[in-house]
Design a protein around this ligand. Sequence first.
Ligand code: NAP
Length: 281
Amino acid sequence: MIIDGKKIAAELREELKKKIEELKSSYNSIPGLTVILVGEDAPSKIYVKNKEKFAKEVGMNSEVIRYPENVEEKVLLNKIIELNNDKKVSGILVQLPLPKHIDKRKVIETILPGKDVDGFHPMNVGNLSSGYDSSIPCTPLGCYLLLKKVEKNLSGKHAVMIGRSNLNGKPMTQLLLKENCTVTIAHSKTKDLKTECSRADIIIAAVGRPKLVKGDWIKKGAIVIDVGINKTDTGLVGDVDFDEVSKVAKAVTPVPGGVGPMTIACLLSNTVECFKKVNSK
Ligand code: NAP
């Protein structure tokens, strides 16, 4: 089975569209997402354009604030404080990476945790790992939703998470633990990745190495979620050797068209959740 992330993301956006219409009639206001983009990084510009497009498509307010590469850190921090206090703004996202002269940690910690739609604020990170309500980083949340589409009950499954980044690996591990999976976290110092993977019922690969995970690493019937996006001479490929793995796995996500579309849909979902929390108080 090929997990169609594009289709599942479109369904999620359709649900969000309906939810936003309901919220509009209940509260006479709608969720708003503000994205801050610093500089001219080409992939970031594409991501931001797509975020804006889909936010508008589901019917939320969407604003992009652009700064030049050399913007002073304090200008950015002051803008975030202004947005924190703006009732029309439900979610704030600062597109990463940031230029070197700007302290990423300071920027993330300035965003109000209740508006942190990326789920990167230490308060949200702590809440997620403590099992409390929190914003969940969009890509792991997307992987989680795809997994649940294939298998409702993940309890007792052995999951191998390849990669331990704050963006993907660590939050994904928390989501798997919450579902009562037994989780192995692999990284660049892991001794025998093939053997670790061969024991897994679920493999999530968030590495950034083209086609690292091979068909003979996979237990028959395993579910494989590929987060990787790697540019190669033959086009975009994931961290999983799709042609090989799809012959052995029960289900696998393609690249492109798997996790990628879910990331933006989950960003919109997080924005709606932030709006609901503020308005239901
Ligand atoms: P990252 O911060 O570079 O982390 C990569 C992780 O992989 C690290 O934990 C690293 O281990 C581990 N690693 C590197 N080489 C390895 C190897 N040979 N064997 C096992 N583990 C290895 O990357 P990231 O930000 O998590 O992103 C990972 C991939 O996902 C990238 O391709 C990125 O483009 C993609 N991505 C996709 C989406 C999406 O929407 N689909 C969103 C975000 C990222 P150490 O910790 O030991 O260094």
